[in-house]
Design a protein around this ligand. Structure first.
Ligand code: PGA
Length: 267
Protein backbone atom coordinates (compact mmCIF):
# COMPACT_ATOMS: atom_id res chain seq x y z
CA UNK A 1 0.00 0.00 0.00
CA UNK A 2 1.28 3.48 -0.79
CA UNK A 3 1.49 6.29 1.78
CA UNK A 4 -1.46 8.60 2.29
CA UNK A 5 -1.23 11.59 -0.04
CA UNK A 6 -1.99 15.19 0.86
CA UNK A 7 -2.11 17.74 -1.97
CA UNK A 8 -2.13 21.50 -1.33
CA UNK A 9 -4.07 23.51 -3.91
CA UNK A 10 -3.11 27.14 -3.42
CA UNK A 11 -5.39 28.24 -6.28
CA UNK A 12 -4.72 31.82 -7.56
CA UNK A 13 -2.99 32.97 -4.40
CA UNK A 14 0.55 34.12 -3.53
CA UNK A 15 3.20 35.83 -5.63
CA UNK A 16 6.30 33.78 -6.51
CA UNK A 17 8.17 35.36 -3.56
CA UNK A 18 5.29 34.64 -1.16
CA UNK A 19 5.08 31.07 -2.47
CA UNK A 20 8.76 30.54 -1.74
CA UNK A 21 8.17 31.83 1.79
CA UNK A 22 5.20 29.53 2.30
CA UNK A 23 7.10 26.49 1.05
CA UNK A 24 9.96 27.39 3.36
CA UNK A 25 7.56 27.73 6.31
CA UNK A 26 6.03 24.33 5.55
CA UNK A 27 9.40 22.64 5.12
CA UNK A 28 10.73 24.15 8.35
CA UNK A 29 7.86 22.60 10.28
CA UNK A 30 8.20 19.15 8.73
CA UNK A 31 10.49 16.62 10.31
CA UNK A 32 10.71 14.53 7.15
CA UNK A 33 9.36 11.55 9.11
CA UNK A 34 5.71 12.25 8.29
CA UNK A 35 4.01 9.20 6.89
CA UNK A 36 2.00 11.10 4.28
CA UNK A 37 3.36 12.11 0.88
CA UNK A 38 2.97 15.86 0.50
CA UNK A 39 2.48 17.66 -2.81
CA UNK A 40 2.35 21.47 -3.05
CA UNK A 41 0.62 23.08 -6.05
CA UNK A 42 1.42 26.80 -6.37
CA UNK A 43 0.58 28.95 -9.42
CA UNK A 44 2.63 28.56 -12.61
CA UNK A 45 4.95 31.57 -12.07
CA UNK A 46 5.99 30.17 -8.67
CA UNK A 47 6.93 26.70 -9.91
CA UNK A 48 10.49 27.53 -10.92
CA UNK A 49 11.53 29.62 -7.87
CA UNK A 50 9.89 27.11 -5.54
CA UNK A 51 11.63 24.19 -7.27
CA UNK A 52 14.97 25.82 -6.45
CA UNK A 53 14.40 25.72 -2.69
CA UNK A 54 12.37 22.51 -2.56
CA UNK A 55 13.47 19.89 -0.04
CA UNK A 56 12.51 16.83 -2.04
CA UNK A 57 12.94 14.61 1.01
CA UNK A 58 9.94 16.36 2.52
CA UNK A 59 7.65 17.63 -0.22
CA UNK A 60 6.92 17.28 -3.93
CA UNK A 61 5.72 19.83 -6.43
CA UNK A 62 2.62 19.82 -8.62
CA UNK A 63 0.81 22.16 -11.02
CA UNK A 64 -2.85 23.14 -10.79
CA UNK A 65 -3.43 22.52 -14.50
CA UNK A 66 -1.64 22.07 -17.83
CA UNK A 67 -2.69 22.15 -21.48
CA UNK A 68 -3.49 18.92 -23.35
CA UNK A 69 -1.10 19.75 -26.20
CA UNK A 70 2.66 19.74 -25.67
CA UNK A 71 3.17 22.94 -27.72
CA UNK A 72 1.36 25.04 -30.30
CA UNK A 73 -0.86 28.01 -31.01
CA UNK A 74 -2.55 28.28 -27.60
CA UNK A 75 -1.88 31.84 -26.43
CA UNK A 76 -1.62 32.18 -22.68
CA UNK A 77 -1.58 28.46 -21.98
CA UNK A 78 1.13 26.40 -20.29
CA UNK A 79 1.79 22.85 -21.43
CA UNK A 80 2.73 19.96 -19.22
CA UNK A 81 5.81 19.34 -21.33
CA UNK A 82 7.00 22.90 -20.51
CA UNK A 83 6.91 22.25 -16.77
CA UNK A 84 7.43 18.49 -16.51
CA UNK A 85 10.99 18.94 -15.26
CA UNK A 86 9.78 21.03 -12.33
CA UNK A 87 6.89 18.88 -11.11
CA UNK A 88 5.78 15.32 -10.33
CA UNK A 89 2.03 15.82 -10.13
CA UNK A 90 -0.57 17.78 -12.08
CA UNK A 91 -4.16 18.52 -11.14
CA UNK A 92 -6.66 17.85 -13.93
CA UNK A 93 -10.33 18.82 -14.17
CA UNK A 94 -10.69 20.77 -10.94
CA UNK A 95 -14.29 22.00 -10.72
CA UNK A 96 -13.12 25.62 -10.97
CA UNK A 97 -11.40 24.78 -14.27
CA UNK A 98 -14.57 23.06 -15.46
CA UNK A 99 -16.74 25.97 -14.32
CA UNK A 100 -14.70 29.02 -15.35
CA UNK A 101 -12.37 27.82 -18.11
CA UNK A 102 -14.50 25.46 -20.15
CA UNK A 103 -12.68 22.27 -19.23
CA UNK A 104 -15.31 19.75 -20.33
CA UNK A 105 -14.89 15.98 -20.08
CA UNK A 106 -13.36 15.74 -23.55
CA UNK A 107 -10.67 18.27 -22.66
CA UNK A 108 -10.14 16.63 -19.29
CA UNK A 109 -9.64 13.25 -20.99
CA UNK A 110 -6.99 14.75 -23.28
CA UNK A 111 -5.27 16.39 -20.29
CA UNK A 112 -5.16 13.02 -18.52
CA UNK A 113 -3.38 11.59 -21.55
CA UNK A 114 -1.00 14.55 -21.66
CA UNK A 115 -0.10 14.08 -18.00
CA UNK A 116 0.79 10.41 -18.45
CA UNK A 117 2.60 11.09 -21.73
CA UNK A 118 4.75 13.56 -19.80
CA UNK A 119 5.33 11.07 -16.97
CA UNK A 120 3.39 13.12 -14.45
CA UNK A 121 0.89 11.75 -11.94
CA UNK A 122 -2.52 13.26 -12.71
CA UNK A 123 -4.80 14.20 -9.83
CA UNK A 124 -8.22 14.00 -11.48
CA UNK A 125 -10.99 15.94 -9.70
CA UNK A 126 -14.59 14.82 -9.99
CA UNK A 127 -17.78 15.47 -8.04
CA UNK A 128 -21.41 16.56 -8.22
CA UNK A 129 -22.88 20.01 -7.70
CA UNK A 130 -25.60 20.85 -5.15
CA UNK A 131 -28.50 20.42 -7.58
CA UNK A 132 -27.25 17.05 -8.75
CA UNK A 133 -26.88 15.89 -5.14
CA UNK A 134 -30.43 17.03 -4.26
CA UNK A 135 -31.81 15.29 -7.31
CA UNK A 136 -30.14 12.01 -6.33
CA UNK A 137 -27.79 12.15 -9.31
CA UNK A 138 -24.47 11.83 -7.46
CA UNK A 139 -23.74 8.25 -8.52
CA UNK A 140 -24.59 8.96 -12.14
CA UNK A 141 -22.38 12.09 -12.24
CA UNK A 142 -19.43 10.21 -10.75
CA UNK A 143 -19.91 7.35 -13.20
CA UNK A 144 -20.20 9.64 -16.23
CA UNK A 145 -17.20 11.75 -15.30
CA UNK A 146 -15.00 8.72 -14.67
CA UNK A 147 -16.19 7.10 -17.88
CA UNK A 148 -15.49 10.17 -20.03
CA UNK A 149 -12.35 11.41 -18.27
CA UNK A 150 -10.52 8.07 -18.28
CA UNK A 151 -11.75 6.84 -21.67
CA UNK A 152 -8.44 7.43 -23.48
CA UNK A 153 -6.36 5.56 -20.88
CA UNK A 154 -5.43 1.90 -20.63
CA UNK A 155 -6.11 -0.02 -17.42
CA UNK A 156 -2.40 0.15 -16.70
CA UNK A 157 -2.48 3.94 -17.01
CA UNK A 158 -5.47 4.13 -14.67
CA UNK A 159 -3.47 2.39 -11.94
CA UNK A 160 -1.16 5.43 -11.81
CA UNK A 161 -3.95 7.97 -11.45
CA UNK A 162 -5.07 9.81 -8.31
CA UNK A 163 -8.80 10.56 -8.15
CA UNK A 164 -10.15 13.29 -5.89
CA UNK A 165 -13.78 13.27 -4.89
CA UNK A 166 -14.72 16.93 -4.47
CA UNK A 167 -18.43 17.64 -4.18
CA UNK A 168 -18.77 21.20 -5.50
CA UNK A 169 -21.09 22.25 -2.70
CA UNK A 170 -18.44 21.41 -0.09
CA UNK A 171 -15.61 23.48 -1.60
CA UNK A 172 -14.90 26.52 0.57
CA UNK A 173 -14.65 30.14 -0.49
CA UNK A 174 -10.95 30.03 0.30
CA UNK A 175 -11.01 29.66 4.07
CA UNK A 176 -11.31 25.87 4.33
CA UNK A 177 -14.62 26.22 6.18
CA UNK A 178 -17.47 25.65 3.75
CA UNK A 179 -20.46 23.32 3.99
CA UNK A 180 -19.04 19.94 4.94
CA UNK A 181 -19.78 16.53 3.54
CA UNK A 182 -20.62 13.82 6.08
CA UNK A 183 -18.34 10.79 6.42
CA UNK A 184 -21.28 8.66 5.23
CA UNK A 185 -21.68 10.71 2.04
CA UNK A 186 -17.95 10.53 1.33
CA UNK A 187 -17.84 6.79 2.04
CA UNK A 188 -20.62 6.09 -0.47
CA UNK A 189 -19.07 8.27 -3.14
CA UNK A 190 -15.63 6.70 -2.72
CA UNK A 191 -17.04 3.18 -2.84
CA UNK A 192 -18.89 4.14 -6.00
CA UNK A 193 -15.68 5.52 -7.52
CA UNK A 194 -13.87 2.22 -7.00
CA UNK A 195 -16.82 0.15 -8.24
CA UNK A 196 -17.04 2.30 -11.36
CA UNK A 197 -13.33 1.99 -12.05
CA UNK A 198 -13.56 -1.75 -11.55
CA UNK A 199 -16.38 -1.91 -14.10
CA UNK A 200 -14.53 0.26 -16.61
CA UNK A 201 -10.89 -0.71 -16.12
CA UNK A 202 -10.79 -3.87 -13.99
CA UNK A 203 -10.22 -4.86 -10.38
CA UNK A 204 -6.48 -4.22 -10.42
CA UNK A 205 -6.96 -0.58 -11.46
CA UNK A 206 -9.73 -0.13 -8.87
CA UNK A 207 -7.44 -1.38 -6.10
CA UNK A 208 -4.36 0.57 -7.21
CA UNK A 209 -5.97 3.94 -7.75
CA UNK A 210 -5.53 6.40 -4.87
CA UNK A 211 -8.71 8.23 -3.91
CA UNK A 212 -8.55 11.55 -2.09
CA UNK A 213 -11.29 13.69 -0.62
CA UNK A 214 -11.43 17.46 -1.10
CA UNK A 215 -13.87 20.11 0.16
CA UNK A 216 -13.32 22.23 3.28
CA UNK A 217 -10.77 19.84 4.76
CA UNK A 218 -9.18 21.51 7.78
CA UNK A 219 -7.22 20.66 10.92
CA UNK A 220 -10.45 19.84 12.83
CA UNK A 221 -12.07 17.41 10.41
CA UNK A 222 -9.07 15.75 8.71
CA UNK A 223 -8.55 13.05 11.31
CA UNK A 224 -12.21 11.93 11.18
CA UNK A 225 -12.29 11.98 7.38
CA UNK A 226 -9.11 9.96 7.18
CA UNK A 227 -10.81 7.08 9.01
CA UNK A 228 -13.31 6.65 6.18
CA UNK A 229 -12.84 3.38 4.30
CA UNK A 230 -11.16 3.80 0.95
CA UNK A 231 -9.80 7.32 1.53
CA UNK A 232 -6.08 7.69 0.81
CA UNK A 233 -5.66 11.36 1.64
CA UNK A 234 -6.83 14.86 0.79
CA UNK A 235 -6.80 17.74 -1.64
CA UNK A 236 -6.71 20.83 0.55
CA UNK A 237 -7.53 24.36 -0.66
CA UNK A 238 -7.99 27.21 1.84
CA UNK A 239 -6.41 25.45 4.83
CA UNK A 240 -3.25 24.68 2.85
CA UNK A 241 -2.32 28.38 2.82
CA UNK A 242 -1.65 28.20 6.58
CA UNK A 243 1.54 26.27 7.32
CA UNK A 244 0.59 25.11 10.86
CA UNK A 245 -2.85 23.95 9.81
CA UNK A 246 -1.59 22.23 6.69
CA UNK A 247 1.10 20.37 8.62
CA UNK A 248 -1.52 19.21 11.13
CA UNK A 249 -3.63 17.86 8.27
CA UNK A 250 -0.63 16.07 6.74
CA UNK A 251 0.41 14.65 10.10
CA UNK A 252 -3.00 13.29 11.11
CA UNK A 253 -3.43 11.86 7.60
CA UNK A 254 -0.21 9.93 8.01
CA UNK A 255 -1.15 8.70 11.50
CA UNK A 256 -4.68 7.67 10.62
CA UNK A 257 -3.57 6.24 7.31
CA UNK A 258 -1.13 3.85 8.93
CA UNK A 259 -3.65 2.88 11.65
CA UNK A 260 -6.18 2.09 8.93
CA UNK A 261 -3.66 -0.02 7.07
CA UNK A 262 -2.79 -2.01 10.20
CA UNK A 263 -6.43 -2.74 10.91
CA UNK A 264 -6.96 -3.82 7.29
CA UNK A 265 -4.00 -6.15 7.51
CA UNK A 266 -5.46 -7.71 10.66
CA UNK A 267 -8.72 -8.48 8.84
P1 PGA B 1 -11.17 24.00 0.01
O1 PGA B 1 -10.78 23.78 -1.55
O2 PGA B 1 -10.32 23.06 0.80
O3 PGA B 1 -10.86 25.45 0.27
O4 PGA B 1 -12.62 23.68 0.12
C1 PGA B 1 -10.60 22.49 -2.05
C2 PGA B 1 -10.36 22.54 -3.54
O5 PGA B 1 -11.09 23.26 -4.24
O6 PGA B 1 -9.45 21.89 -4.04
Amino acid sequence: MSNPLVVANWKMNKTPAESVELVQAIQDRLSGNEVADIVLCPSFPALHPVSEILDTNKVMLGAQDGHFADQGTYTGAVSMSQIRNLIDYVMVGHSERRQYFGDNNEIVARKMQAALRNELTPVLCIGENATERHQGETARVIHDQLHMDLVMLTSQDVQKVVITYEPLWAISQGDGHGETASPEQIKHAVAHIRETIEGLHGAKAARAVRVLYGGSVNADNASGYMKIDGINGFLVGGASLHPEEFITIATVSGENGSEKEESQEEK
